[in-house]
Every structure is written in C-alpha cells, then in structure tokens.
Ligand binder design. Structure first.
Ligand code: NAD
Ligand code: UGA
Length: 480
C-alpha cells in the first residue's frame, strides 16, 4: 500500500488529503500538524474549518485510510510521498519584509524530513512558494540525506475556499512540475497515478519545476487582476451613470474574456491573492524587473483604493461623519461559505469606520466574536512601508459589538454595510429592518447582493458598488 503523509492540516492539507483518501482507497493518507488543537478538531465532529461537503468526505474515510495525527516524525518516516502544505505568509521583518514569502515553516519541515527519513521519498511542494524554492529544498534535503534519494515535485493547489470539495473533485487542471531527469520523470509519474484515480488524464499537466511554481503565482495574480480591473471600472461607472453589472456582462460575453471573476466588490480578500502578488512583486524586483513589479503592485493598490473608497462613501453619505453612529456590518468573512477572515476587506472597512468613531455591530453566520476582535485589534500591515505589527488601541475595539443575528445587528442603526455575499442577506425582511433603524436609513452594499430598487421603495438610501447613484448620494461631496 502506498503511504502518503501531508505536513500541515490547514485549509489546503485537510481537504486535499481527505479527497485523495476518498478517491484512492488503496492509499493510506496521514495528515500531520504541530498544532495539537487543530489535529484534535480534525479528529472530532467539529472540524477546524467550515467547507461545504467536507464533513461528509472526512466521515467516510477517517479511521479507514485517512488519519490525523501530531506524530509528525513517525508518519513522515513511513511515507513514500510527503506533501508539504504548511503556511507561507508574507515576511513581516527583515530582508524583503512586506513582500517576500516567509519560508521558515517550509525550511523546518524540510530539515525534519531529512532528519527522520530512512527510505527514498518523493517530496511534494503543495504550499504556494516563490519560484526556485524547490532548488533550496533540494539542497537542504540532499546535504542532510545520509544517502537517501529525494525527488522534489511542485504540485500547487488551485482550490478556492467555499468550493474546495467541488474544486478537488473536478479540478480544471492538476499541475505537476518535476526535474527533467529520468528520476524526476519517474516521480512525476508516481504522483500522476495518484490523481489519475479520479482526474481525467488530459487535465493532469506536467511541466518543469520552475514553470509549476510560477504558474501558481501567475494564476492568482491574473485572477486578482480581473477583480481589480472590474473594480476600477466600478468607480468610473459611479461617476458616469453606467452600471458595472451591465458592463461586466457585456465585456464577459467576449469568449476571449469570459464571464467569470468579473463581480465588482468592496475588494478582494483571502489569505493568498495579496500575499502571492507581493511575492511575485518581490521576485520581479530581485530579478531586476522593476517595471513588471510595478505593474502587479497596481493590482493591490486598486484593491486598497476600492476599500477606502467604500469607507469614504459611507462617511460622506452620512453628513460627513459617523461619529457615535451605530453601523451594522453584515458579513465579516472574506467571501461566503467560509469562516475564514484572513485579509478580509471587512477588516479595513471596519477599521476605517472606527477611525471615524463609528460604533459597529457585526454579524457573520460563520465567524466567531473572538476572531473578529482579534482581527480588529491588529494594526494593518502596510505592505508598501513595512513596520512591525502592533495591536490597535483598546478603546477602538470597545466600539465593536458582535451579535448572532442580522436583525439584532441592525436594530437602532443609522446604516448597514454588507461586506460578505452570504445568501441569507438577499432574503432578509428589509421592511422589518427599516422600521427599527434610525432615519434616514442607509444601505451600503459592498457585494451587490440586495435588490436596490425594492429597498428604495421601502425608504432606504442605497449605495451599490458601480451602480448609478441615488440622488441623495449625488448631492454629497465627491468620494476620493
Ligand atoms: P494554514 O495556515 O491553514 O495551514 C498550515 C498548517 O501548517 C497549520 O495548521 C500549521 O500549524 C502547520 N504547520 C506549520 N509548520 C509546520 C511544521 N513544521 N510541521 C507540521 N505542521 C506545520 O494554511 P493553508 O491555507 O492551508 O495554506 C497552506 C499553503 O497553501 C499556503 O502556501 C497557501 O498559499 C497555499 N494555498 C492556500 C489556499 C487556500 O485556499 N487557503 C489555496 C491554494 C494554496
Ligand atoms: C483563490 C483562487 O480562486 C484559488 O484558485 C487559489 O487556489 C486560492 O486563491 C489560493 O491560492 O489561496 P480564494 O481566495 O479561496 O481562492 O477565493 P476566491 O473565490 O478566489 O475569492 C477571493 C476574493 O475575491 C474574495 O474576497 C472574493 O469575494 C473576491 N471576488 C471574487 C470578487 O470580489 N469578485 C469576483 O468576481 C470574484
């Protein structure tokens, strides 16, 4: 029986390995992590991450050919294939701070693999890493190998949170990069056989190591660029009376452009888009390509602009001040169907409003109060001018309440900001909400989920990203 071990039981390691175990009953899969609480959660009924369909897959295979364990060394030692899916955050200190990937976790995993191995292994980069990381990993492994043969493969993951199981069941492609040597090609073939249990052969793409590593960064940069492009157009729509949904529809009908990922929003979030683009920017700078670096930086700058534009719109619409006013925040996760808040635009929007002394009442169906308070108490890391992370002043945090119901959040509020596109926000009883709010009552829809016309008929003043403005909003000072 082939044995797989995955180091890192996070958003990628957990679901990916659960699906491999489900689709390959002939393979034994162990997912290991240094975090005892995470592993305990994977072994319980309350999994550490919320992902539609995940519970079912884990329940089917756990204890049969899928195991979660903190015994990292034993499982690595026994494995034929070791996936490394540890976190690769942006460095916050030292050389490259604010842009470069922090490979501390990766390096320590590689050293441990070299230490405990007693047989040949294929080591698979699952984490998103800078181009040429495989070379560094290879050096660490071979310099400490005691004669053991290690083959390094790059097999980046393209799943999106909220649809991880669907994406893993039916991926657009699986990418495997390896050395162009006979041993490298043999390793590629071995990993290909794992995926071939359920992925059609034509969707398994093989390449050299550096192409695979770079393709992952490029794919995320292209996706984020589409969102920044449509968000840039959304600002122009508001200024001219065009409707961004109609523009995106017309543009996306061109088969060369396609309709996906053209939803204007308050800004993209998530653990990876910003991190991976900054990483790409850093690699360009290190390779003497400042023009290319600046091109990609602009994608993040537009994203930051979109978030501050939203805050300015809220403040300017409400007589240029939100001081002491209750604002309901509906949705805090970075997208629907996940409880993940990493780099969620809600953090920047809430901080912007708190900066203007608003009182916030936050509701998200999947994010805990603890998490929200933690997110809002960290100072924003300025990627362009790195400084050390510092907690926000405790007084600002006292202005934040977290509730478990949209009606509770909006009671007595002056305005509502919709920051995540949860389906339930489409079908709320907005008449009931309007009746219990201060007047004039505002809705700022950062995700274009509500029917603005219906809400206007109830009496709300509605702002929707990239849509023609209410007369009220037109009269307010221009938004920077
Ligand atoms: P995560 O933070 O959820 O999980 C990483 C896990 O690795 C943590 O549980 C941590 O405790 C563990 N870990 C760190 N060092 C370890 C060590 N030495 N030994 C054992 N365990 C260790 O991260 P994630 O979201 O799963 O992302 C992992 C990688 O995958 C990142 O490089 C990310 O860019 C990439 N990625 C993420 C997504 C996503 O949707 N989250 C999608 C594609 C790719
Ligand atoms: C993204 C990519 O889609 C995955 O392919 C990739 O594997 C992953 O990053 C990663 O490397 O971590 P994810 O961040 O989970 O996945 O979610 P997305 O669906 O891409 O959404 C990212 C952000 O963009 C969200 O805040 C979402 O609301 C926003 N978005 C998305 C828009 O504002 N408009 C859109 O049209 C699409």
């Amino acid at each position: 029986m082939v044995k797989i071990c995955c180091i890192g039981a996070g958003y990628v390691g957990g679901p990916t390995m659960a699906v491999i175990a489900l689709k390959c009953p002939d393979i034994e899969v162990a997912v290991v992590d240094i975090s005892v609480s995470r592993i305990n959660a994977w072994n319980s009924d309350q999994l550490p991450i919320y992902e539609p369909g995940l519970d079912d897959v884990v329940k089917q295979r756990r204890g049969k050919n899928l195991f979660f364990s903190t015994d990292v060394e034993r499982h690595v030692m026994e494995a034929d294939i070791v996936f490394v899916s540890v976190n690769t955050p942006t460095k916050t200190q030292g050389l490259g701070a604010g842009k470069a990937a922090d490979l501390t976790y990766w390096e320590s995993a590689a050293r441990m693999i070299a230490d405990v191995s007693k047989s040949d292994k294929i080591v698979v980069e699952k984490s998103t890493v800078p181009v040429k990381t495989a070379e560094a990993i290879e050096k660490i492994l071979t310099h400490n190998s005691k004669g053991i043969n290690f083959q390094i493969l790059s097999n980046p993951e393209f799943l999106a949170e909220g649809t991880a199981i669907e994406d893993l069941f039916s991926p657009d492609r699986v990418l495997i990069g390896g050395r162009e040597t006979p041993a490298g090609q043999k390793a590629i073939q071995a990993l290909k056989e794992v995926y071939a249990h359920w992925v059609p052969e034509e969707r398994i793409i093989c390449s050299n190591l550096w192409s695979a590593e770079l393709s992952k960064l490029a794919a995320n940069a292209f996706l984020a660029q589409r969102i920044s492009s449509v968000n840039a157009i959304s600002a122009l729509c508001e200024a001219t009376g065009a409707n961004v949904t109609e523009v995106a529809h017309a543009v996306g009908k061109d088969t060369r452009i396609g309709p996906k990922f053209l939803n204007a929003s308050v800004g993209f979030g998530g653990s990876c888009f910003q991190k991976d683009i900054l990483n790409l920017v850093y690699i360009c700078e290190c390779n003497g390509l400042p023009e290319v670096a600046n091109y990609w930086k602009q994608v993040i700058k537009i994203n930051d602009y979109q978030k501050s534009r939203f805050v300015n719109r809220v403040v300017s619409s409400m007589f240029n001040t939100v001081s002491g006013k209750k604002i309901a925040i509906l949705g805090f996760a970075f997208k629907k169907d996940t409880g993940d808040t990493r780099e969620t635009p809600a953090i920047d929007v809430c901080k912007g409003l708190l900066g203007d002394k608003a009182r916030l009442s936050i509701y998200d169906p999947q994010v805990s109060e603890d998490q929200i308070q933690r997110d809002l108490s960290m100072k924003k890391f300025d990627w362009d001018h790195p400084i050390h992370l510092q907690p926000q002043s405790p007084t600002a945090v006292k202005q934040v309440g977290v509730v478990w119901d949209a009606y509770e959040a909006t009671k007595g509020a002056h305005g509502i900001c919709i920051l995540t596109e949860w389906d339930e926000f489409k079908s709320l009883d907005y008449k009931k909400i309007y009746d219990q709010m201060q007047k004039p009552a505002f809705v700022f829809d950062g995700r274009n989920v509500v029917d603005a016309e219906k809400l206007r008929q109830i009496g709300f003043i509605v702002y929707s990203i990239g849509k023609p403005l209410d007369e009220w909003l037109k009269d307010m000072p221009a938004v920077a």
